[in-house]
Design a protein around this ligand. Structure first.
Ligand SMILES: [Zn+2]
Ligand SMILES: [Zn+2]
Length: 85
């Protein structure tokens, strides 16, 4: 029987991943924050582009709910693998 993965893929996640302290999306697609260029390019970690928002730099607040679910699912899958089930 073919194994079918039902969990969202964290690595190729399409959509916003994290939420800034200003309440808008950080990294991921549909981000409200500009990319930040430094030693490394940090996607969605710059200034907020949301109209009227004065946020100057992304400050991590929390994961978006769908992405958090994906992370949890991946963690469970990894833990299962570790015990060989
Ligand atoms: Zn903002
Ligand atoms: Zn922000």
């Amino acid at each position: 029987m073919k194994r079918r993965s039902v969990m969202p893929n964290v690595k190729d996640w399409k959509g916003p991943k994290s939420v800034c302290s200003c309440g808008h999306y950080g990294d991921g697609t549909n981000s409200h924050h500009e990319d930040r260029y430094g030693l490394a390019i940090c996607g969605g970690h710059g200034k907020c582009t949301y109209p009227g928002c004065t946020c100057e730099m992304f400050t991590w607040e929390r994961w978006t709910d769908p992405f958090k679910d994906a992370l949890d699912a991946e963690r469970v899958a990894k833990a299962r693998k570790a015990v060989g089930r």
